[in-house]
Unconditional design. Structure first.
Length: 310
C-alpha cells in the first residue's frame, strides 16, 4: 500500500447562472494540490500550506481539508491512522471558483486512494460537504460534486442527497475572469432574498430545465437561452465592478451565455471553442484594466475527469 501521494483537484463554476446550489461544472485550471503522507502517529495534521499568504488555518479542526479527512477516517473506522498534509494553493482564495472545495476534494481523493479506494467519488461528496460547511456556514455540493466527479453535475435533492452527472456538449469551453476585488461568500449569500414571487420561481424552473435539456440535446443555443437568473444575479452582480459591461463584451463576441461563477467576483462565459473563449477573456481583462482593476483569466475545456494523481 502506498504511503505518500500527490493529488490535483479542479476549480469549479457553481450555479451555472440559473441553478443556484444545484448546478456546477469542473474546469481544467486553476485547481489545488495536496501532498499526503501516512504516519504511525494517529491524528490528522496540516504540516504546511503554500500560496495562501498566511490566510488559511493550520489547526486541523479549522481547516476544510483536515476536517473532511477526519470525517472520512471516522466513517471507515480508521481513526488509528496518522496523516500529514501539505496543501499547495494554486488558485485564488475567495474567487468564486470553489477554492475551499478544490483543496477539500484533493485531500479526500488522496486519503481515499491511500486507504485502498474504499469509496466512490459520489460516496465522498458528503465528507466534502462537511468542509464546505466549515468554509462558508452551509454544506452545499455544487462545487464539491463536480470537483469530485468531473463534468456537469445536478444536485436533484439535498435530503436525501441525489447527485446526477450530466452530459458535456462537444468542444464546450469556459472563459473565466477573476477581478481582484473582495466578495466574501458569506456576505454574498446574505444578499439573497428569502422570499420570492411565484412568477420568478416559474421563470427560474424553466431555465434550469432548459439548461439541463440543452446539455442532453447538445444544443448550445438552448443552453444559452437558459442561462438567465432572476433570483440571485440581480443582487450579487452589484458587488462585481463593471458586471454589465463584462456581460456585453462576452455576448457581443460569441459567448453562448454569461454569468457569475459561484458567489463571485469571478465571471464566466461558455463558448463553442477555445479561440472565442480567449478573445473574450482578453477583452474583459482590458476593460478591467481601464477600470484600474487587476484580474486573472483562465480558459479551459470542461474537466470531465475530476481529481487526479500527480
Amino acid at each position: 500500500m502506498k504511503k505518500q501521494i500527490k493529488v490535483f483537484a479542479p476549480a469549479t463554476v457553481a450555479n451555472v447562472v440559473c441553478g443556484f446550489d444545484v448546478l456546477g461544472f469542473a474546469v481544467n485550471e486553476p485547481g489545488d494540490e495536496v501532498e499526503m503522507t501516512l504516519t504511525d502517529q494517529p491524528g490528522v495534521k496540516i504540516v504546511q500550506i503554500t500560496g495562501d499568504n498566511g490566510k488559511l488555518p493550520l489547526e486541523s479542526h479549522k481547516n476544510t481539508v483536515s476536517v473532511s479527512v477526519q470525517h472520512y477516517l471516522k466513517h471507515i473506522n480508521r481513526e488509528d491512522v496518522g496523516v500529514e498534509i501539505t496543501l499547495h494553493k494554486k488558485m485564488p482564495i475567495g474567487s468564486g471558483l470553489g477554492s475551499s472545495s478544490a483543496s477539500t476534494v484533493a485531500g479526500l481523493f488522496a486519503i481515499n486512494q491511500l486507504m485502498g479506494s474504499r469509496l466512490t467519488a459520489k460516496e465522498l461528496i458528503p465528507f466534502a460537504m462537511k468542509g464546505e460547511e466549515l468554509a462558508c456556514g452551509y454544506g452545499h455540493a455544487d462545487n464539491v460534486a463536480p470537483a469530485l466527479m468531473g463534468g456537469f453535475v445536478l444536485i436533484r435533492s439535498y435530503d436525501p442527497l441525489d447527485i446526477i452527472s450530466l452530459p458535456v456538449p462537444t468542444n464546450l469551453h469556459a472563459a473565466i475572469v477573476y477581478p481582484e476585488v473582495d466578495v466574501p461568500t458569506k456576505d454574498a449569500r446574505q444578499m439573497i432574498r428569502t422570499k420570492i414571487q411565484l412568477k420568478d420561481a416559474v421563470t427560474q424552473w424553466g431555465n434550469v430545465a432548459g439548461l439541463v435539456s440543452g446539455l442532453f440535446l447538445d444544443d448550445l443555443d438552448l443552453v444559452g437561452r437558459s442561462m438567465k437568473d432572476v433570483l440571485v444575479e440581480p443582487f450579487r452582480s452589484i458587488l462585481i465592478p463593471g458586471f454589465e459591461e463584462l456581460r456585453n463584451i462576452a455576448i457581443e463576441n460569441g459567448a453562448v451565455g454569461f454569468g457569475i461563477s459561484g458567489s463571485g467576483p469571478s465571471v464566466f462565459a461558455l463558448t463553442k471553442d477555445s479561440l472565442t473563449a480567449r478573445k473574450i477573456t482578453d477583452l474583459q481583462q482590458a476593460h478591467l484594466t481601464k477600470m484600474k482593476i487587476n484580474s486573472s483569466a483562465f480558459v479551459s475545456a470542461v474537466n470531465t475527469e475530476g481529481p487526479k494523481l500527480l
